[in-house]
Design a protein around this ligand. Structure first.
Ligand SMILES: [Mg+2]
Length: 302
């Protein structure tokens, strides 16, 4: 297993998978190539970490793969739970690594705040936990923030960075009130940091807060369905014309399968080629395909 037995990250992802329900096991899961996928689909939803980049490092062939897809007229969107950064800052980071992305081609879970605000009945100021860049999602949702715990019953958790422990204690105080709500803009349990380190991130913080306080929780982002609806709306494509590429079974693949979108597990991230089938079997989460990397067909460069 890539996750330690009994670890909070394993338990969290298990909870997501169990809550969403069992998926059918396909009879075969073949290996594929970017060229084969481009023959079948019009739209590509690409995960960022583990598919395009590892922190500040580009993954080999990712930039040329994206460029080649676009040269074939494919619609490409990066689908990410990295709500620490605004969509534009996510895009700038990827562009700085050579991934060719135009404005609007990053779809981040943070933008679900605007989309889901009315349904969640969020009114008045919210208590924000995250980096400055992620405050963009509050602005686009038309929400003010407050640092005064007595002024709100809503905590928006955008990322695991940008605040100190004391802020978690203040969030607990808010979330112990009746009718309080925790909105999580990145439900991920772990994220890769430089030097191969895996850090526990906001999904784990959210799980602890919810358990300690008994508050209501809205989890927005992969693997849950809202981000897929938003991405398809923005691409103006039907789900049957789209394939999702990701490296994490319990987020990218679980989410795409439940959204009815075909998907490939990309083997350049957290799931190495030697472990892919065993991991899929152990999670009970199977992709439509295995994709070694984003390499375009030979001779397509230049
Ligand atoms: Mg990933």
């Amino acid at each position: 297993m890539l996750f330690q037995p009994g670890s909070p990250e394993l338990l969290l992802y298990r909870e997501y998978a169990d809550a969403m329900g069992q998926l059918p096991v396909p009879t075969t899961v073949p290996a594929t190539s970017l060229e084969e996928l481009a023959d079948r689909y019009d739209g590509f939803l690409l995960d960022s970490y583990g598919v395009l980049n590892r922190a500040e490092e580009p993954i080999p062939h990712a930039a040329e793969g994206v460029e080649w897809l676009k040269s074939r007229g494919k619609k490409v969107r990066v689908l990410t739970n990295n709500a620490a950064l605004s969509e534009e800052d996510n895009r700038n980071l990827l562009c700085s690594l050579g991934i060719p992305l135009a404005p609007g081609e990053v779809v981040c879970s943070g933008s679900l705040l605007e989309r889901e605000r009315a349904g969640l009945d969020i009114r008045g100021p919210v208590f924000y936990m995250g980096l400055q860049s992620g405050r963009e999602y509050l602005r686009s949702a038309g929400l003010e923030s407050t640092d005064r715990a007595e002024e709100t019953r809503v905590v928006v958790l955008a990322s695991s960075r940008g605040y100190r422990m004391r802020r978690i204690a203040e969030a607990q105080k808010i979330l112990r009130q009746p009718g309080s709500l925790l909105v999580v803009l990145n439900p991920d349990a772990i994220a890769p940091r430089p030097n191969g380190v895996m850090a526990r991130v906001s999904g784990i913080t959210a799980r602890s807060l919810a358990r300690e306080t008994g508050c209501r929780v809205a989890l927005l982002g992969k693997p849950f369905g809202e981000i897929y609806s938003m991405a398809l709306d923005r691409m103006q494509l039907h789900g049957s014309r789209v394939v999702a590429l990701g490296d994490t079974l319990a987020t990218d693949i679980l989410g795409a399968r439940h959204a009815g979108i075909d998907c490939a597990l990309v083997l350049t991230g957290v799931t190495p080629p030697s472990r892919a089938r065993a991991e899929a079997k152990s999670w009970g989460i199977w992709p439509s395909w295995f994709l070694p990397d984003l390499r375009p067909p030979a001779g397509s460069r230049g």
